[in-house]
Design a binder for this molecule. Structure first.
Ligand code: ASP
Length: 339
């Protein structure tokens, strides 16, 4: 049977119209050179519990305790992101958990200053709009990361320090504790050892906590919290509350939380520099982190955890160990201490 000519034309027209109407939906976003962008993961999260000299001979019970704690922290963040929560909430909630765990040098379990008290620092940053909040030298706030978030969201400033931070806390709904609540026997022994050794700040810090995360909406966030360095001089502030040094997040590039020798991390603007190398040089997150940790800093200075806008994760350190964990929407879920 022969199909009439007009029907053939109509048939071809309908097929082409259907194909053309479907095409835009199938188009992939492309880079400037026309290559398709690799897909972004739904979410990703990386955390650390400090970098430094962590002996491989530690008591297996202590080691397992750390690993279990890191897993629990990572589960909180992973589940929150999986359920559609924001990267900012994941950062705050995971850090609150780590601040309350006295294994880490943040919140309860924070190190002592040379005068035998605790001065806490924290910061948080929102990659959507570069909004940020930080507190330094806080004495009575149980979870400094939450106060940092309040600085970001409920003040017109970025950082409060010392007495001003305490007064800002008075106006906010945050839990307060006596300064002695942060102290533990283990940290007091570390102070005594440091005093005996040199009277200088301990240069092998570990226990600072930090998180970088990407959520389902494609937003990055990062945060860091610490007690600083054992035997530090009163008023000393490290990199952790300093935006661009210890914490940075920009949806165009990456989110970073650092840990290590604070003075060096400030001088090298470590967290920002990693994002800047990505943005200006087109380097991958892994490459940018490697350059800053191994070429700009000296070996042994510390490390970072970072997540980029596509959900890639970097866990880079030059110290013998870094308590860390990483999870993403593809099913990755791992924690580690050494290489
Ligand atoms: N970076 C922190 C500080 O210098 C210490 C650390 O990460 O352990 O205060």
């Amino acid at each position: 049977m022969t199909i009439p000519r007009t029907s053939t034309l109509l048939f071809l027209f309908l097929i082409s119209a259907t194909v053309l109407s479907v095409l835009p939906a199938c188009q992939t976003e492309t880079t400037e050179s026309g290559q398709p962008l690799p897909g972004r993961l739904d979410y990703a999260i990386a955390l650390h519990g400090g970098a430094g000299v962590i002996s491989r001979d530690i008591d297996p019970e202590v080691r397992d305790g750390y690993l279990a704690s890191l897993e629990e922290a990572l589960t909180i963040g992973r589940d929150l992101l999986d359920a559609g929560g924001s990267s900012l909430d994941a950062v705050e909630q995971v850090i609150r958990f780590l601040e309350d765990d006295e294994r880490y040098n943040a919140g309860r379990g924070a190190v002592f200053t040379s005068e035998g008290r605790h001065e806490l620092d924290a910061s948080i940053m929102d990659g959507r709009d570069l909004n940020a909040g930080a507190v330094a030298g806080v004495l009575t706030v149980r979870n400094p990361i939450s106060l940092a978030r309040k600085v970001m969201e409920e003040s017109r400033h970025v950082m409060f320090a010392g007495e001003g931070a305490e007064r800002f806390a008075d106006m906010m709904d945050v839990e307060r504790v006596d300064n002695s609540w942060f102290g533990t026997d283990r940290r007091r022994q570390q102070l005594e050892r440091a005093r005996e050794q040199a009277g200088l700040p301990d240069v092998q810090p570990f226990g600072t906590v930090g998180v970088a995360a990407l959520d389902r909406d494609g937003n990055l966030a990062a945060g860091t919290s610490t007690g600083g360095m054992t035997n530090k001089m009163p008023g000393r502030v490290g990199d952790s509350p300093v935006i661009a040094a210890g914490t940075y997040a920009d949806n165009n590039s990456c989110a970073v939380s650092a840990t290590g020798h604070g003075e060096k991390f400030i001088r090298n603007a470590v967290a920002y520099q990693i994002c800047a190398i990505m943005e200006y040089q087109g380097a991958t997150l892994q490459e940018a982190a490697r350059i800053v940790i191994h070429e700009k800093l000296d070996e042994g200075d510390g490390g970072i955890v970072a997540v980029d806008h596509l959900g890639n994760i970097a866990l880079e350190f030059s110290s013998p160990g870094m308590f860390r964990g990483a999870a993403d929407s593809e099913g990755r879920f791992d924690v580690a201490i050494w290489d």
